[in-house]
Design a protein around this ligand. Structure first.
Ligand SMILES: Cc1cn([C@H]2C[C@H](O)[C@@H](COP(=O)(O)OP(=O)(O)O[C@H]3O[C@H](C)C(=O)[C@H](O)[C@H]3O)O2)c(=O)[nH]c1=O
Length: 182
C-alpha cells in the first residue's frame, strides 16, 4: 500500500497493492495493522456504509459536528466518482481549502478524510457502488453540511446542471457564508 499526501493537512490517498491474475484481481480493502504502519494512525472504524448512485448524482457536502464528527476511509467498488473534500477545521493551515480526486472501481484508490472535513461526491458513471468506513456512528442530530453549488467554493462537479440529481435535503443545505455566520 502506498500513501500519498493530498494538498490538505491530514487528508491522503491510499493506493493498495492489487494482485491480478487470469481470474481477475484481489486486494485487501482494509487491514488495521497495515493502515496503522503506513499512516501512523490508530483509528477504530465502527461503521461501514454503502450507497449506490446513478450518473449525475451529487451527494454532499456533508459532515457530522461535535462529538459525532467522522473520519472516513472512502473507496469506489464499481464505477467512477469525483470525490470532493473541504477542510472545515478553523485551526488548520488548509482551512476552507478544497481537494478533489477521482476514485474508481478500476484504480481501487482510497481517500482518507479526517474528522472536521466536509465531504461529497459526484457520480461520473451509472451504478456507482460507493463504500466507506467511518470512525464514529451516524447521528442524525449531528448532521450538517454546505450547499454543493456554494458560490464561494465554486466546485466543478463535472456534471452538467441538466443532469444533476441532488436530494431535497442537500438542495437546502446552507451556503458556506451562512454556515460560518451561524
Ligand atoms: C449517512 C447515513 C444515512 N442513514 C440514513 C438516513 C437516510 O434515511 C438515508 C439516506 O441518507 P443520506 O441521504 O444522508 O445519504 P447520503 O446523501 O449518501 O449521505 C452521505 O453522503 C456523504 C457523501 C457523506 O460523506 C456522508 O457519509 C453521508 O452524509 O440513510 C443512515 O441510516 N446511516 C448513515 O450513516
Amino acid at each position: 500500500m502506498t500513501v500519498k499526501q493530498s494538498p490538505l493537512k491530514d487528508c491522503f490517498v491510499i493506493e493498495p497493492k492489487v494482485f491480478k491474475d487470469e481470474r481477475g484481481s484481489f486486494f485487501e480493502s482494509f487491514n488495521q495493522k497495515t493502515f496503522k504502519k503506513n499512516t501512523g494512525l490508530d483509528i477504530e472504524f465502527v461503521q461501514d456504509n454503502q450507497s449506490i448512485s446513478q450518473y449525475g448524482t451529487i451527494r454532499g457536502l456533508h459532515f457530522q459536528t461535535g462529538d459525532f464528527a467522522q473520519a472516513k476511509l472512502i473507496r469506489v467498488a464499481k464505477g467512477e466518482v469525483l470525490d470532493v473534500v473541504v477542510d472545515m477545521r478553523p485551526d488548520s493551515i488548509t482551512y476552507l481549502k478544497q481537494f478533489s480526486y477521482i476514485l474508481t472501481g478500476e484504480n481501487n484508490h482510497q481517500l482518507f478524510v479526517p474528522r472536521g472535513f466536509a465531504h461529497g461526491f459526484a457520480s461520473l458513471s451509472d451504478d456507482v457502488i460507493f463504500v466507506y468506513k467511518c470512525d464514529n456512528y451516524y447521528d442524525k442530530a449531528s448532521e450538517s453540511g454546505i450547499l454543493f453549488k456554494d458560490e464561494t467554493l465554486n466546485i466543478d462537479w463535472k456534471i452538467p446542471k441538466k443532469d444533476q440529481i441532488v436530494s431535497e435535503k442537500d438542495q437546502n443545505l446552507p451556503t458556506l457564508e451562512t454556515f460560518l455566520s451561524l
